[in-house]
Design a protein around this ligand. Structure first.
Ligand code: NAP
Length: 299
């Protein structure tokens, strides 16, 4: 397949590009800068210049492809709701490029969208429409696009990691470095699910090849790593004290990260593993954090 990949230059996209090429697909990667275009060419992909603000560039990229994987997202968390809205418009534009073709479009969401009962793992068959997280607009846009004759499926992500980047944990590390303490809220027993970036890349490819319209996949290798264990490994790595803070103190310590730091987000991938024959092989989140080069990260 010729696959249009938005966010191809990002952390997860950079793992998906070789995963697709090694499986015999062609990649048309979106780049918004010369540097991004150079990196994509070096990785063996073709380049489509465009960006999230230019919906025509998204539509035309999708129209040139046999399938689309959409990963690009503006991670300026000071404007998270606005960026979720931008994602909705981007998904609609990609859908417009594929409308009526039944070609596959994989969009990206978070496992938190499937959490229904506090303490119970999120599952693939559930979408919490009462969910306060504005990122729910991505899945809602996907559903609207599927009604226009596009084969839409959703990959929901946990904290995706290697030894360099670890999703929101990368931001938690920056906070701990800045504040001189690694904190968790309450007893730190709330959990974040996780998966290694190479396992995640394989899942996107399998989902694209399966072309099962309406599927939701959970790229989850570890159902829930306690946040306290994450704070402890950060404390060891940065050589700073590990402290418990109250919910009232969280905003002052964590800033925009505070609501996420408090969340208990266990998630299952049992249905995904069965449907795609996807079996994550790791390494695990704590193992990757233990292998981080903490001093280099500071530079
Ligand atoms: N990493 C995780 O743990 C995690 C967890 C949950 C969900 N997700 C979701 O997974 C997807 C990929 O995440 P990631 O970790 O790979 O993100 P990332 O490393 O921050 O990469 C973001 C990608 O989006 C592109 N991008 C950002 N703003 C853009 C704009 N205005 N126009 C065009 N391209 C733009 C970036 O291009 P440049 O290279 O030019 O900057 C880059 O290719 C996102 O939807 C993210 O929200 C990730």
């Amino acid at each position: 397949m010729r696959v249009f990949v938005t966010g191809a230059t990002g952390f997860i996209g950079s793992a998906i590009v070789p995963e697709l090429i090694n499986a015999g697909h062609q990649v048309l990667g979106m780049a918004r800068s010369d540097e991004g275009a150079r990196r994509l060419t070096g990785a063996g992909a073709q380049v489509h210049r465009g960006n999230l603000e230019d919906v025509d560039s998204l539509r035309s990229g999708a129209a040139k492809a046999d399938g689309v994987i959409h990963l690009a997202f503006d991670h300026d968390f000071s404007n998270f709701a606005g960026n979720c809205e931008k994602d909705r418009r981007a998904i609609e534009a990609l859908g417009a490029g594929l409308a009526g073709s039944n070609r596959p479009l994989i969009i990206t969401s978070g496992t938190g969208m499937g959490n229904a009962v506090p303490g119970q793992p999120a599952t693939e068959d559930f979408f919490n429409t009462k969910q306060p997280n504005p990122r729910s607009s991505s899945e809602l846009a996907g559903a609207a696009v599927s009604a226009t004759g596009v084969n839409v499926s959703v990959v929901r992500l946990p904290q995706v990691h290697n030894t360099v980047k670890q999703g929101l944990i990368t931001h938690a590390i920056a906070v701990a470095r800045e504040e001189g303490v690694s904190a968790y809220i309450g007893d730190g027993s709330n959990r974040w699910p996780a998966a290694h970036v190479l396992d995640v890349a394989r899942l996107y490819r399998l989902g694209l090849e399966k072309q099962e319209a309406g599927s939701r996949y959970h790229a989850v290798a570890e159902e829930g790593v306690p946040v306290r264990a994450i704070a402890e490994v950060i404390g060891r790595g940065l050589k700073v004290p590990v402290v418990a803070i109250s919910e009232d103190e969280a905003a002052a310590h964590f800033g925009w990260l505070a609501p996420f730091a408090a969340m208990d987000l266990p998630a299952s991938s049992a249905q995904t593993q069965k449907r795609l024959g996807w079996h994550p092989t790791g390494p695990g989140l704590i193992a990757d954090l233990e292998q981080m080069r903490w001093k280099e990260q500071a530079k």
